[in-house]
Write a protein that binds this ligand. Structure first.
Ligand SMILES: NC(=O)c1ccc[n+]([C@@H]2O[C@H](COP(=O)([O-])OP(=O)(O)OC[C@H]3O[C@@H](n4cnc5c(N)ncnc54)[C@H](O)[C@@H]3O)[C@@H](O)[C@H]2O)c1
Ligand SMILES: O=c1ccn([C@@H]2O[C@H](COP(=O)(O)OP(=O)(O)O[C@H]3O[C@H](CO)[C@H](O)[C@H](O)[C@H]3O)[C@@H](O)[C@H]2O)c(=O)[nH]1
Length: 329
């Protein structure tokens, strides 16, 4: 039987497909390529299609024997979600509704899905634990929390078993150097800094330096994309063995300020990387750090790439060798 990966041509999805293939899983990928790249899918069967299209999904579930779904397909830019919230409700909540309705009609009852640290909003304490208050500060986080709740109720009523993985800041690239991060427009800190190192941008703009942190810039928990990928495989195995729905944070447990990230990039790339402080970005909490104890304890998750330096090196290896990403934009 196969694992259906939605959004498998995206950044985290493509690395997870690579991980599943490494475990000899049979993989079917569905992606509408709005932000993804066909070339990033290293194997399995690929369909260009939209998960909001029920007929397309019915065909697919008839054609393939699907054991479980790993669901990445979503819109995921915090700032954009504030500008066009309804589109976020549609592509995240409505699309997931179409997907799980199709799954249930075809007897597929396991799903691992991408949630986010954005469900917490301004945290009540750090490191953040799964049971802490979840009060999203933007429509993106709201739609992800609503998806979590929809899955929970679908379990109560229909036995749909789900694992929600709340990732913190995904970063880095596959150690083979074949796949990496390529978003248009790019909004994430590490790839933007590396674009400055490559001379593609003039400077890195620091969004605010008067936060209540040691150097005044925001602190985030950067987690290597391959460690996220391995957590998805373990979550799938957990559903296979124990069949219990659950929610897990996935982070490094260590926070780095924007300035520390820039300094690390200077060391790794050997480039000057000019910076300029600009005004704060709306909705940015000062500090987000995960406690991932639960994932380590229950999923037996062992993240391998702890050091920010290692994460940065793998990202640099990708960007340096693929200055135009997948070259398809
Ligand atoms: N990147 C991060 O730091 C981060 C952090 C927390 C959570 N997440 C979540 O992880 C998931 C993957 O994030 P990413 O950074 O890889 O994003 P991405 O944009 O690279 O990947 C999303 C993929 O889904 C596809 N897609 C979107 N809507 C679709 C639809 N309706 N039908 C079919 N395909 C569709 C896109 O083409 C893309 O390939 C998202 O759900 C995101 O919300 C990401
Ligand atoms: O040019 C930039 C870009 C970012 N930042 C700062 O760098 C930090 C990291 O920003 P990113 O945009 O890389 O990541 P976010 O923390 O905003 O968001 C990420 O993590 C969130 C959960 O914490 C969501 O899941 C979201 O999808 C994911 O992109 C933030 O403090 C941001 O203000 C800058 O100073 N300059």
């Amino acid at each position: 039987m196969a694992i259906l990966v939605t959004g498998g041509a995206g950044y985290i999805g493509s690395h997870t497909v690579a991980e599943l293939l490494a475990h000899q899983e049979e993989v079917v990928v569905v992606d509408n390529l709005t932000t993804g790249h066909r070339k990033s899918v290293l194997g399995g069967t690929f369909y260009q299609g939209d998960i909001r299209d029920r007929d397309f999904l019915d065909d697919l579930f008839r054609k393939h024997q699907i054991e479980a779904v790993i669901h990445f397909a979503a819109s995921s830019l915090v700032g954009e979600s504030v500008q066009i919230p309804l589109s976020y409700y549609e592509n995240n909540l409505v699309a997931s509704h179409v997907l799980i309705s199709a799954m249930l009609d075809h007897g597929v009852k396991k799903i691992v899905f991408s949630s986010t640290a954005a469900v917490y909003g301004e945290p009540e304490r750090v490191p953040i634990r799964e049971e802490d208050r979840a009060e999203p500060a933007n429509p993106y986080g709201e739609t992800k929390l609503a998806m979590e709740k929809m899955f929970r109720w679908a379990d109560e009523a229909h036995g749909l078993k789900s694992i929600s993985l709340r990732y913190f800041n995904a970063a880095g690239a596959h150690p083979d150097g074949l796949i990496g991060e390529d978003h248009h427009p790019e909004t994430h800190l590490i790839p933007i800094i590396l674009q400055v190192a490559l001379g593609q941008r003039e400077e890195i703009r620091i969004f605010g330096d008067d936060y209540p942190t040691e150097d005044g810039t925001c602190i985030r928990d950067y987690i290597h994309v391959m460690d996220l990928a391995s957590a998805h495989f373990l979550a799938l195995e957990h559903l296979r063995q124990h069949g219990q729905s659950d929610v897990f944070n996935l982070g490094n447990g260590t926070g780095f300020s924007v300035r520390e990230v820039i300094e690390t990039a200077r060391r790794v790339t050997g480039q000057r990387i000019p910076e300029r402080v600009v005004s704060k970005r709306a909705g940015d909490p000062a500090v987000l750090i995960a406690s991932s104890d639960k994932a380590k304890r229950i999923l037996n998750w062992k993240p391998r790439y702890h050091q920010l330096e290692t994460i940065m090196e793998s990202a640099w290896n990708w960007h340096k060798n693929h200055p135009d990403g997948y070259g398809d934009r």
